[in-house]
Design a protein around this ligand. Structure first.
Ligand code: NAP
Length: 484
């Protein structure tokens, strides 16, 4: 109608980033779109993770869409079910739900004759001009390679595949892992179970953070003065800018303050000197993603809690055998062992121009220009793709900036300037070179193992400040892309 080329779009994933993409595409007049979702509900990570204690360790007033701020949060760091309900509500209110094809994962995306040809698991096919892959970062569980894992006789499951049919009350429960997931779970479970054994391979620094419920008066006040929400979000965003400046410079004053806060938390919270030393990490705070908890140290000091620091030798039918010969007898074993952080939209089969496959493009490891565009994969854009700002940041803020950027690229297609757009190879190579160089100064390379590090030990994340990310996302550099 307005002389612009009509475009059909597919959004893959109906989590935080997919809902956002659908809303923003529609607002831009690109309403001919389908959102493909493998699960039977929206919410992505917040629908897959349902473990006890699940919450977001980023402030809810920041971990909200800028266009859908809400006075209704129950806590400064709200629980997972409330966050999932928030995404569902936003999706419903913006008419995204009616555009989602649930329970039918996309298995193949093939670029031919200027369009993307999608096939879903059901055999359903679609042909679109633009694909936005909003498939999330941490959604493929990583199961530990431990001898005898499949011999355990009781219920055993990964933290993101929680089996709600299993009774934990009064059970002897073991948890393997000490990341953010395990820490939240320990606090939530310890008072419910007969005994809790936490198998720690590596100790974690814990940043203390109180989380008292908000009083109703606060919600009432913000309902009356909703303009205060944006101001608060801005203030929190500025605060997290300081955090991003700290972690990308291992010598910064900010990182020293974080270290001091974590050391003080350990010293002041753990009474038994022997336990304290076993909980003390041998690397610097924030080298691994910082774990935030108001009560983990209190929980692990409960009489029915046990911190196991002997390495695991094998899993047996009755429990976990550690290298000192002890058998830790268990009824239930929970694997809080993290995710395959380099999978992104795989195992989807994706083939770009001239049949180039994603497996080839991502051999030896995932790369994308500004984490959004891959050379020879025209009109295919990622939200929260590889090497972007992940960590203790609001991925909503990241995704909003990326979608804003992607829409500017799509506008070129719509305006008829070109029919195909993808990052240039040299632009990606320059970006990766600079990124790897900058990553050497970050806290993430100061002597720990973490899911941030790639197979070479280089952090697969944005190594500059968040302010710089915001600047990069303001407008695409036309020279970084090739057009057809
Ligand atoms: P994770 O941080 O990757 O932690 C996995 C844990 O499992 C580590 O302690 C690891 O030990 C341990 N582990 C893995 N394989 C093992 C083995 N074979 N034997 C013994 N231990 C083993 O995973 P996560 O806790 O699920 O968290 C992943 C990410 O999800 C977080 O970093 C965060 O980005 C996100 N998350 C966010 C929130 C939030 O509130 N925003 C909450 C939960 C998760 P090592 O340290 O020795 O490798």
């Amino acid at each position: 109608m307005d002389g612009r080329r009509p475009l059909r779009c597919a959004v893959i994933g109906a989590g935080m980033a997919g809902i956002l993409s659908a809303i923003k595409l529609t607002e831009a007049g690109l309403a001919d779109l389908t959102v493909y979702e493998k699960n039977d509900q929206v919410g992505g990570t917040w629908s897959e993770n349902t473990y006890p204690g699940l919450s977001c360790d980023l402030p809810s007033d920041l971990y909200s869409y800028s266009f859908a701020l809400t006075p209704e949060w129950s806590h400064p760091f709200s629980p997972g079910p409330e966050i999932r309900a928030y995404f569902e509500r936003v999706a419903r209110e913006h008419d995204v739900l009616s555009r989602v094809r649930f329970g039918d994962p996309v298995t193949q995306c093939r670029f031919a004759d200027g369009r993307w040809h999608l096939t879903a698991a059901s055999g359903h096919r679609d042909e679109v001009d633009v694909v936005i892959a909003a498939t999330g970062v941490l959604h493929h569980p990583r199961y530990p390679e431990i001898v005898g894992l499949d011999t355990f006789e009781g219920p055993m499951f990964h933290s993101s595949r929680w089996d709600h049919g299993v009774r934990l009350d009064d059970a002897r429960v073991g948890i393997i892992g000490t990341g953010s997931t395990a820490v939240q779970m320990v606090s939530a479970l310890v008072d419910r179970v007969a005994s809790l054994s936490l198998f720690q391979r590596t100790a974690q620094w814990i940043m203390p953070q109180e989380n008292p419920a908000y009083p109703e008066e606060r919600r009432e006040e913000l309902r009356t003065h909703p303009e205060r929400l944006s101001k608060m979000r801005q203030e929190l965003s500025d605060l997290f800018d300081h955090f991003s400046n700290a972690v990308v410079d291992a010598d910064s004053a900010g990182i020293k303050m974080i270290e001091q806060a974590c050391v003080a938390n350990l010293e002041e919270s753990v009474r038994d000197p022997e336990l304290r030393e076993r909980l003390r990490p041998a690397y610097r705070a924030a080298c691994k993603r910082l774990v935030i908890s108001p009560d983990f140290y209190a929980a692990i000091q409960r009489p029915n809690a046990e911190l196991v620091t002997e390495a695991i030798e094998r899993i047996e039918p009755g429990g976990v055998r550690t290298v000192d010969g002890s058998l830790h007898e268990l009824d239930v074993l929970i694997l809080a062992t993290g995710f395959k952080a380099d999978a992104f939209m795989r195992p989807m089969e994706i083939a770009g121009r001239n049949g180039a496959t994603l497996e080839q493009a991502w051999n030896p490891r995932p790369e994308a220009y500004l984490s959004i565009s891959i050379p020879d994969f025209p009109n295919f854009f990622m939200v929260n793709g590889p090497n972007g700002p992940v960590g203790n940041f609001s991925l909503i803020e990241v995704a909003e900036l990326q979608v804003h950027y992607i829409l500017q690229l799509i506008e070129r297609l719509r305006g008829g300037e070109c029919t195909e757009i993808s990052a240039r190879r040299d632009a990606l190579a320059d970006f990766e070179r600079a990124r790897e160089q900058a990553a050497r100064n970050t806290i993430w390379v100061t002597g720990c193992r973490s899911w941030y590090l790639d197979d070479r030990g280089i952090p697969a994340v944005w190594p500059w400040s968040f302010v710089r990310f915001r600047q990069e996302m303001a407008a695409p550099d036309p020279r970084a892309f090739e057009y057809a």
